[in-house]
Design a protein around this ligand. Structure first.
Ligand SMILES: [Zn+2]
Length: 319
């Protein structure tokens, strides 16, 4: 698959205060990786049953899809790898730090992946691009429905395979992301609010962005004015905001910690009875509106200690 140049977030130089992570060149990387897994800070790559359902072999986009994505299982496995890397890996921190110091200074959580047991890809003659759903009987079984007319549309683009892998990665995130504590999901009287749809879509596109699968029409905003109107506009708009939180404002694992908090407590404050402390403040020490303003200031390169010089110079998570 022909790849476009890696996004800036993957080619930048880390700041001196970047978190301590094993370097690829280190001879002990493997041991550290094992230790990290043993510590439960990186989840195991899930291996769901994978199925393919082709609704109609006569549709003109069916064969092109199977030609563009000849090994669907390995494509989905790569996507699962990226989901674990960007949502279910908690960085290692110095052991001397107290848990409370770790919470305030670095993202820290124990990754817990949803128990999705199977994913079935349906190639169908439907409108739109794609959507993901659980099966009627059991939400642990997921279905990704991909539009064949959209596949046909993609074949006219510059890099249809990259676009299709990007769409599949986005949809697979929906199969493996958290939205609310499991006990509240089926409880109509639950007081735990659902997170905004834009946040859920933004997380899916955050993984797509980090995986280097952003489509050509996405544009990282260069100024506050180029942002969407609101932080939860969703998709690429929220994805770039989340990438700023992870790469610049907080550090590696920030979005994974956010996803984890949706599972543990839901879209509410972690501190019971502390009404003034919201979900975002509990995670990152500021309300989402403040973070959105700070993001704008950063993009404008102006005010505040977190203001932007250059995204590449500021980045915490270079790879
Ligand atoms: Zn989506």
């Amino acid at each position: 698959m022909e790849r476009t140049p890696a996004p800036a977030s993957q080619s930048a130089v880390p700041r001196p205060n970047a978190q301590v992570e094993p370097q690829d060149s280190s001879p002990s990387t493997k041991e550290q990786e094992q230790k990290r897994t043993a510590n439960g800070s990186t989840a195991k790559i899930p291996q769901p049953k994978l199925r393919l359902h082709v609704e109609t072999l006569r549709h003109p986009a069916t064969t092109p899809f199977l030609t563009l994505i000849p090994d669907i299982a390995s494509t989905l496995d790569t996507a699962l790898h990226n989901i674990v890397k960007y949502l279910y890996s908690s960085p290692i921190h110095a052991q001397s730090e107290t848990p409370s110091a770790q919470m305030t200074k670095h993202p820290s959580f124990t990754p817990s992946i949803p128990p999705t047991r199977s994913v079935t890809l349906h190639l169908r003659d439907i409108d739109g691009v794609a959507y993901t759903t659980g099966t009627e009987l059991d939400d642990d079984h997921k279905e990704i429905h991909l539009s064949l007319p959209y596949v046909q549309h993609c074949t006219k683009g510059d890099d249809p395979a990259k676009e299709l892998v990007g769409v599949l990665t986005h949809e697979l995130v929906h199969c493996y992301q958290h939205t609310s504590p499991p006990e509240s999901a089926n409880d109509k009287d639950s007081k735990i609010p659902h997170p905004p749809g834009g946040l859920i879509e933004g997380i899916a596109d955050f993984v797509r962005l980090k995986a280097g699968l952003e489509p050509p029409h996405w544009k990282r905003p260069q100024s506050a004015g180029e942002r969407a109107e609101t932080w939860d506009a969703g998709y690429q708009h929220t994805a770039y905001f989340l990438a700023w939180i992870e790469d610049v404002r907080v550090g590696r694992g920030a979005v994974g910690m956010l996803n984890d908090r949706l599972l543990r407590v839901g879209y509410v404050s972690a501190k019971e009875g502390d009404c003034g402390v919201g979900f975002w403040r509990g995670l990152f020490g500021a309300e989402v509106a403040e973070l959105w303003d700070e993001y704008g200031e950063y993009l404008d390169g102006g005010k505040g200690e977190n203001a932007r010089g250059n995204w590449e110079d500021e980045i915490l998570n270079a790879e």
